[in-house]
Write a protein that binds this ligand. Structure first.
Ligand code: PXL
Length: 275
């Protein structure tokens, strides 16, 4: 298989098993060379820890990009996650549109909200900026909360297929023709992922585990990205990432002390096997 290099742009949460500390090992396990552009450095993630530090790296980005351009560095894939500021979204849009090789895959995980609410540092201006990233993405990877904020639709805990179809159609008008929508549940004890490709919808349903864990969005997005770069179709990548995420939650659910993330490391061999 061709050796590929991916750039991932997201934060360093020093402790908390999310963002880069999750993406890098998962992408490496997929056999892909990793390059990073850290969006911010935090002492921990922001979901459950209080008093976290936050250093925004927005102003470092243009010089880093300029240096890469001088060196002729380009990427086979670019995957973006949690970003540091509204201004930074503009820099990231430019990186997405200029730093990929021909046929590069660009995957955007909006990573700004969950369970009907924005994460602490984000506001409506950030959501508006994130809308402008959609046309630069080959694949948009939101959860339902993020999809609702981006599409300007009401967030609902219970819904039917019509609601999801309408949500996806609205989201597509922002300029993303392919959307992988996670956490879509039509039946008790089940959840799944909807893959929307140019108006065509496919659904992969899998087991729902009562204990929702923090960091599963990043595990999912990283495994999905790795599987796509290894040449899997979008639907197969969505399925592999879902099955791996379920394995990670199973591996964590009996450990109440591990509330802040998922124990994804010990089940990396399962992901490699699935690939
Ligand atoms: O998992 C998404 C994420 C990434 N980075 C930081 C976060 C969160 C979610 O809360 O706080 C810093």
């Amino acid at each position: 298989m061709e050796y590929k290099r991916i750039l991932t742009i997201q934060d360093i949460s020093c402790v908390g098993q999310c963002s880069l500390t999750v993406a890098l090992p998962i992408l490496s396990a997929c056999g892909i060379e990793t390059a990073i552009l850290p969006s911010a450095v935090l002492s921990t993630h922001t979901a459950g820890f209080s008093g976290f530090t936050f250093r925004d790296l927005t102003d470092d980005m243009p010089a880093i990009q300029t240096h890469w351009q001088k060196e002729g560095i380009r990427f086979d894939g670019i995957y973006t996650g949690y970003l540091g500021s509204t201004k930074q979204v503009g820099y990231v849009r430019n990186i997405l549109t200029t730093m990929g090789k021909e046929n590069a895959v660009r995957i955007v995980d909006p990573a700004f909200a969950d369970n009907g609410k924005l994460y602490p540092i984000f506001d409506d201006a950030y959501v508006d900026a994130m809308k402008t990233l959609c046309p630069a993405a080959d694949v948009l990877l939101p959860n339902i909360t993020e999809a609702c904020f981006l599409a300007g639709k009401e967030y609902r805990e219970t819904y039917d297929e019509n609601y999801i179809q309408d949500l996806l159609a609205s989201l597509a008008t922002l300029g993303c023709s392919t959307i992988v929508l996670t956490g879509v549940s039509y039946a008790q004890e089940k959840t799944g992922v909807v893959v929307y490709e140019r108006g065509k919808i496919r659904y992969y349903e899998h087991r729902w585990i009562a204990k929702g864990c923090h960091g599963t969005g990043d595990v999912y997005a990283s495994a999905f990205t790795g599987a796509v770069l290894r040449g899997n179709s979008l639907f197969d990548a969505a399925r592999i990432a879902a099955d791996y995420t379920v394995r990670c939650i199973e591996n964590t659910q009996d450990d109440p002390a591990h509330w802040y993330g998922v124990k994804f490391e010990g089940v990396l061999p399962d992901l490699i096997q699935m690939l």
